[in-house]
Write a protein that binds this ligand. Structure first.
Ligand code: ADP
Length: 433
């Protein structure tokens, strides 16, 4: 058991020593000399203990301290205890670190730890393979000096990492990586990269498949429609075939509009970037949309259109037209006769808002989040009856994503709905008068 520290014991030992020396001094008759000599002896003894401690701390290889004497025993033992505690903590930390590294190595993604200046602190094996890093040679190097890609440098400079970045891999140009950066702790960053080549391949296969099938279906459908029209012309008015031919025509019409919508969707999806230099004249587009709406409504609804002056935008006219016209045709199709439909394009502080408000049947809350999925319909039978394909809002969503915008939907069952989107100021043409 180690002797622990006690201030009282230290003082009492010193006083006892001095009292004994004092009594001895009285016996001898030389109190001052005895006290002086005993103090020098005491000092010398302390100096010796101090040099033993020094020797043990700096030179001695033994872990256990030398046997301390008197008041020094507590000091020697205290230091030994502290050393023991530290050793335990260091080994615990080393164990934790090695477990963390093993965990990071087991990740299916490349992981790189960066400091506040984006210098590499650590990376796992997959990072060496996918990002071409050499460990430990690249330790301390700035990551953008090694991943020399203009998009990556731009991404780092921007400093906002909400969206992942897609890059070609260092070991093969054909492999696509999705890179994410996450901040943690104080000024530390974790870069995660994963190979998404397969996902992208599947996605493009799906897109190609849909586009090809839709394209291939167009010709047989046109032939079918042609023959059906001929058969309708030739059929006797009261013949039982007339109804069948009529239904066949309705269904081929539905199929044709579905194929057309699928082709539009494929085209919009395939166009990854659009030219944002071209001005879209919104006043003109609103006029066209009004005429289309009138034709579709056939006078059954109260239509009102509003368009702010001089509020044009940069974008793709065809895509924006299909986005807006889908919203308007939905409002007309899902609003009962005599219902009101308001369409507007207005400037706001943060951009310009296109909105379509109807007094139609409305949509229950649980459906709203899923409306932009392909082929999602609230009431399949009813929608089919109204000539819907379930693709209109998916097209709108994609077209808007090309214009840095998102579809916003508010609706109340039985009261009506508002479909709107905000085009940010960056895409609004500010005319100087
Ligand atoms: P569809 O061609 O079936 O109309 P959409 O993608 O355009 O396909 O719309 C998806 C579904 O959203 C529709 O089936 C319909 O149930 C609902 N919906 C869209 N717009 C409205 C609206 N203005 N009022 C009520 N329901 C709507």
């Amino acid at each position: 058991m180690f002797a622990s520290y006690s201030g009282y014991r230290l003082i009492s030992r010193l006083i006892t020593y001095l009292v004994i020396c004092f009594i001895l001094g009285i016996f001898i008759g030389e109190v001052v000399w005895v006290l002086l000599i005993s103090t020098v002896i005491l000092l010398f003894w302390h100096y010796r203990q101090l040099s033993r401690l020094n020797f043990w701390l700096w030179r001695d290889r033994r872990l256990t301290p030398p046997n301390g004497q008197g008041s020094w025993e507590g000091v020697f033992n205290g230091i030994y205890r502290l050393q023991g505690k530290n050793r335990k903590r260091v080994s615990q930390l080393a164990f934790l670190l090695s477990r963390f590294r093993q965990g990071a190595e087991a990740l299916p993604d490349a992981a790189v730890v960066l400091d506040a200046e984006y210098n590499i602190v650590w990376c796992n094996k997959l990072a060496q393979l996918l990002l071409g890093l050499v460990w430990p040679l690249d330790s301390g190097q700035r990551i953008d000096n090694l991943l020399r890609h203009p998009d990556f440098s731009h991404y780092l400079k921007k400093g906002t990492y909400h969206e992942p970045l897609e890059l070609a891999s260092a070991y093969s140009e054909r492999r696509i990586l999705e890179v994410r950066i996450m901040g943690y702790g104080t000024g530390q960053f974790l870069l995660i990269a994963r190979d998404i080549t397969r996902v992208r391949q599947l996605e493009s296969m799906r897109k190609d498949f849909v586009a090809n099938v839709s394209h291939e279906l167009k010709t047989p459908l046109t032939v079918l429609q042609g023959y059906l029209e001929m058969m309708q012309d030739m059929a006797e008015p009261d013949s039982p075939n007339t109804k069948a031919i009529e239904q066949m025509q309705q269904q081929t019409d539905r199929m044709r509009s579905m194929v057309e919508q699928l082709l539009v969707l494929s085209r919009i999806e395939a166009a990854r970037e659009i030219n944002l230099e071209i001005t879209v004249n919104m006043a003109h587009m609103m006029d066209v949309l009004r005429e289309e709406a009138k034709a579709l409504s056939m006078g059954e609804h109260v239509l009102s259109f509003h368009c702010d002056d001089n509020c044009h935008l940069y974008g793709n006219e065809l895509e924006l037209r299909s986005a807006c016209s889908n919203l308007i045709s939905n409002a007309i199709r899902y609003t009962q006769a005599a219902g009101k439909i308001e369409v507007s394009w207005r400037k706001t502080v943060s951009g310009a808002v296109f909105s379509v408000t109807d007094t139609g049947e409305g949509i229950a809350l649980q459906h709203i989040g899923r409306l932009t999925e392909r082929f999602y319909r609230v009431d399949t039978a009813r929608t089919r009856q109204k000539g819907g394909t379930g693709l209109g809002l998916a097209i709108t969503k994609h077209a808007l994503s090309h214009h840095q915008s998102e579809l916003m939907i508010t609706s109340e069952l039985g009261k009506g709905s508002t479909f709107s989107f905000l085009i940010p100021n960056a895409l609004i043409e500010h005319k100087v008068h």
